[in-house]
Design a protein around this ligand. Structure first.
Ligand SMILES: C[S@@+](CC[C@H](N)C(=O)[O-])C[C@H]1O[C@@H](n2cnc3c(N)ncnc32)[C@H](O)[C@@H]1O
Length: 852
């Protein structure tokens, strides 16, 4: 079996649909006749053709094209057909004598060579029009064919593979010499339709009227109709009300009578029927006709929803059917047809009565059990509450509703538990300790957080000791750091800017002006850690503090002569007068190097002269340059830790990188640009800048402070450097110029657009060639079609908008296109969004759990 095709949506717009559009046919069904004619060639030789059920006129168009000129073509349909050249049409019901008379009027005494019938009952429109089933329609068309066909003529009809099929073919066989059933390629596989081509009409002088009487032809099938009566639906017609979407069309054709009869059932029948599902699946409406049924309408159980559901069962969804069945159950209980459901309370009462009989011991046992259960439930509740609080706290943090600092202050935050008490409520901790010692701790496992557990485990430890306190604090700190990490992670996910900032920080591209900083700042490792104070101290120890003014002078004069950017030089290492850096001195000063000659760094240094200025605008740094002049200061021995800090082998590289970046990109912050401007205009000097570096922000001791606190400080606790209007304007102008430059992506997008346009045009050209090669079209028609194709090819195909329809209210349970919705649509479930979000949340939570 071939792959099932969709009969709705995109499946409908298949190759033949497009071909029909391209070739100007009104319906894709035109290709069915083309293909049938290709196989049996009945049109070319025909002089008169009757098309029964011809609207919108696809078959008529084909007939007019393939039949010789001046032939007679008559089309009939219930609905009017737009005029077609050389074709006579009228609107009529082919099952009526009026139609027969009209045909007679059109043909006069002519006989038709071909009678075509492609009729299908208009399911879902007027019930009257659907009074005949497909098979009956076929028999009616055969009746007309028998009357109007010439001897040897051809009758082509559509038949659905149903139980009637064989009977119909038998009748055809009685009237025609050759009867063949075929399914043209353009007929969809999903459709049960089949075409029967009856050739060589025998034109008997007398046709037994029974051959054309549905009652006789479909006689043995009448039982099915009886089966379809309300309340006793046949298994064939019964719909699976609980899984309507899974219902499949039977391969042997339409369900008989399923679309031709509008069935009603009395509410009484539904309530009393032993098989309510069958009733619901086979009727369209439940009515309240009798007095008894009308009485049910006023009952409380018969809600307005139930009444509305009864009105049209075909539009109901699963929930509505369930409601109807529940309603039926309630009514049956009321009517005494079913026993009332025994309620739980009744059982309880019963149990209580019995309890009086059981002896005291059992009662105590039960009481104990109850208490146990109660306490277990209480514990569970508390645990849940603690979890909720914890989740909320984290959520609030993620939503930036809580500063991380607040978490520590939330004394009742169960998630932080005992450790928190230790830090913020020492009395509480002491009391807990006492309780533990006295053995009066009445805390159950669940009453304690992680912290308290640990406290219990370390029961013997002295909680009041400083070490213990420190341990607790550090535990809390690490917990907070962990939470902060999670919070930052979230921030990073959400905020692209944050990512960029962090990246810059890591890359050592500090953009803000932070005053004079020590060398380590440049590494981006311990930014601000020692501040200007350390720098000053360092300079002092290095013995260059006294020479500052001197170097200032040099610096100033240099800045006077040249623009500041030229003056930017790689950072120099602080050197001792003997040419060895202080760090190297310390290193080689260790015992192990005793007696060895200390190498001179100046030899290897690429730097030229120590008096060079060291102004790094891009990084917002102005660093002092140690003078090489002799020192009047006593060198204070450094402790070992200092050594590590001062050892800055990569410092020069980083500075070089910064310098290169500035050279490449220029000054990128308004602060840096303003300072540069002031330097150029001699409004400030290097000395001033250095002095400005010693401010209240530079002398902060940041050791041991938590990361989140330092992050916050870095954002808000920093000097406010004045920026000039001109600097801002200049930077903006540069940014605008950058923005205006065509970027690679735009160029790529343009290229793609061009490429697609070329592709479209090429496709249109190919189609046009196809049209040109068709022999069926006149030159004029060809020209018109080619023009349309090329026009369409040149235009960009518009993306069709998809309308989203929520499957609730009136749309609930609807299959197929909802009312009033045109074009493409997507049916969505109202719950779906919530469920998808909940699933995402759960997945994320479980992932996180796995990670930790
Ligand atoms: C599939 S369409 C026919 C398409 C047509 N062969 C074409 O190519 O355009 C079926 C047609 O049967 C018509 N029909 C159904 N019952 C009819 C009846 N009793 N009398 C006349 N036409 C009827 C419908 O109005 C509908 O237009």
């Amino acid at each position: 079996m071939g792959k099932a095709q969709k009969k709705t949506g995109k499946g409908r717009l298949d190759k033949y649909y497009k071909l029909a559009k391209e070739q100007g046919y009104r319906a894709r069904s035109a290709f069915k006749l083309i293909q049938l004619n290709r196989k049996y060639s009945f049109l070319e030789s025909a002089r008169c053709c009757i098309d029964l059920c011809a609207a919108p006129g696809g078959w008529l168009q084909v007939a007019s094209k393939y039949m010789p000129a001046n032939s007679i073509i008559v089309g009939v349909d219930l609905v009017p057909i737009r005029p077609i050249p050389r074709v006579v049409t009228f609107a009529s019901d082919i099952t009526t004598t009026q139609c027969r008379n009209q045909l007679r009027g059109e043909l006069k005494d002519w006989k038709a060579d071909v009678v075509l019938h492609d009729g299908a009952p208009n399911v879902g429109t007027a019930w009257v029009q659907d009074a005949y089933s497909q098979s009956e329609l076929v028999l009616m068309s055969l009746k007309l064919a028998v009357e109007f066909l010439v001897k040897g003529g051809t009758f082509v009809t559509k038949v659905f593979r149903s139980a009637d099929y064989n009977n119909l073919v038998w009748v055809f066989g009685q009237l025609f010499g050759k009867v063949e059933a075929t399914k043209p390629p353009s007929s969809r596989n999903v459709s049960a339709e089949i075409f029967v081509v009856c050739r060589d009409f025998l034109a008997p002088k007398h046709v037994d009227p029974k051959f054309l009487d549905p009652k006789h032809v479909f006689k043995d099938l009448s039982a099915t109709v009886v089966e379809g009566a309300p309340g006793v639906a046949s298994s064939h017609t019964q719909a699976n009300v609980f899984m309507p979407e899974k219902r499949r069309r039977h391969r042997d054709g339409y369900d008989d009578g399923d679309y031709t009869l509008f069935k009603k059932v009395g509410a009484g029948d539904f309530i009393r029927s032993p098989d309510p599902i069958n009733v619901l699946g086979s009727v369209n409406q439940i009515i309240f006709g009798t007095e008894e049924e009308k009485g049910w309408l006023t009952m409380r159980v018969t809600t307005p929803d139930i009444k509305a559901n009864c009105d049209d069962l075909k539009v109901l969804g699963k929930g509505d059917f369930k409601a109807l069945l529940k309603w039926r159950m309630s009514l049956r209980e009321e009517l005494g047809l079913d026993l009332k459901t025994t309620h739980a309370e009744e059982f309880t009462e019963h149990a209580e009565v019995e309890e009086e009989d059981v002896d005291e011991e059992v009662q105590i046992q039960a009481e104990l059990e109850r208490l146990n259960q109660e306490s277990a439930a209480r514990l569970k509740r508390e645990r849940r509450r603690a979890n909720e609080i914890k989740t909320k706290t984290i959520q609030r943090m993620q939503l930036q509703m809580t500063a991380p600092l607040d978490i520590g202050l939330e004394q009742h935050d169960a998630s932080l538990g005992f450790g928190q008490e230790d830090v913020f409520d020492l009395n509480g901790a002491a009391a807990a300790k006492l309780r533990l010692r006295d053995g009066t701790a009445d805390l159950s496992d669940d009453d304690m957080s992680v912290g308290s557990h640990r406290a219990l485990e370390d029961g013997q430890d002295d909680l009041g000791s400083d070490e213990e306190q420190e341990r607790k604090v550090s535990r809390l700190e690490s917990m907070l750091d962990g939470m902060y990490g999670a919070y930052q992670e979230k921030l990073r996910e959400r905020d692209a800017k944050f990512k960029v900032k962090e990246g810059r920080k890591k890359g050592g591209l500090l953009e803000e002006w932070n005053g004079v900083q020590d060398r380590k700042d440049e590494d981006g490792e311990d930014s601000d850690a020692s501040g200007g104070w350390d720098k000053m101290q360092e300079a002092k120890h290095a013995g260059d503090f006294s020479s500052e003014d001197e170097s200032d002078e040099d610096g100033d004069s240099a800045s006077d002569d040249e623009p500041p950017r030229k003056k930017i030089k790689p950072r120099q290492k602080v050197e001792e007068p003997n040419g060895v850096s202080r760090a190297a001195q310390f290193w080689f000063g260790q015992d192990i190097f005793q007696g060895m000659e200390v190498p001179s760094e100046t030899e290897d240094s690429e730097q030229e002269g120590s008096e060079d200025e060291d102004i790094a605008m891009g990084s917002g740094e102005v660093s002092d340059q140690a003078s090489s002049s002799g020192s009047d200061f006593e060198t204070v021995p450094q402790d070992e830790e200092d050594d590590g800090e001062d050892w800055d082998a990569e410092g020069e590289d980083v500075n070089e990188k910064t310098r290169q970046k500035i050279q490449k990109r220029g000054l990128i912050t308004a602060e840096a640009a303003s300072i540069a401007e002031r330097l150029v205009n001699r409004q400030t000097t290097k000395t001033h800048l250095i002095n400005d570096g010693f401010n209240r922000y530079s002398l902060n001791d940041k050791d041991g402070l938590p990361e989140w606190f330092l992050d916050d400080e870095a954002k808000f606790y920093k000097p406010n450097i004045p920026i000039s209007k001109e600097a801002v304007v200049a930077l903006r102008a540069r940014q605008r110029a950058l923005d205006a430059r065509p970027i690679k992506k735009i160029a790529e997008a343009k290229g793609r657009k061009k490429f697609k346009a070329a592709q479209r045009l090429e496709k249109a050209m190919k189609k046009a060639e196809g049209v040109n090669a068709t022999s069926d079209l006149s030159e004029r028609e060809k020209a018109r079609q080619i023009e349309t194709l090329l026009r369409k090819g040149a235009a960009k195909a518009k993306k069709k908008e998809v309308k989203v329809v929520v499957a609730k209210g009136a749309h609930k349970g609807i299959k197929g296109r909802p009312k009033g919705v045109k074009g493409k649509y997507a049916m969505v479930d109202a719950r779906m969004r919530k469920e998808v979000r909940a699933k995402k949340r759960k997945d994320a939570a479980s992932k996180k759990r796995k990670r930790t």
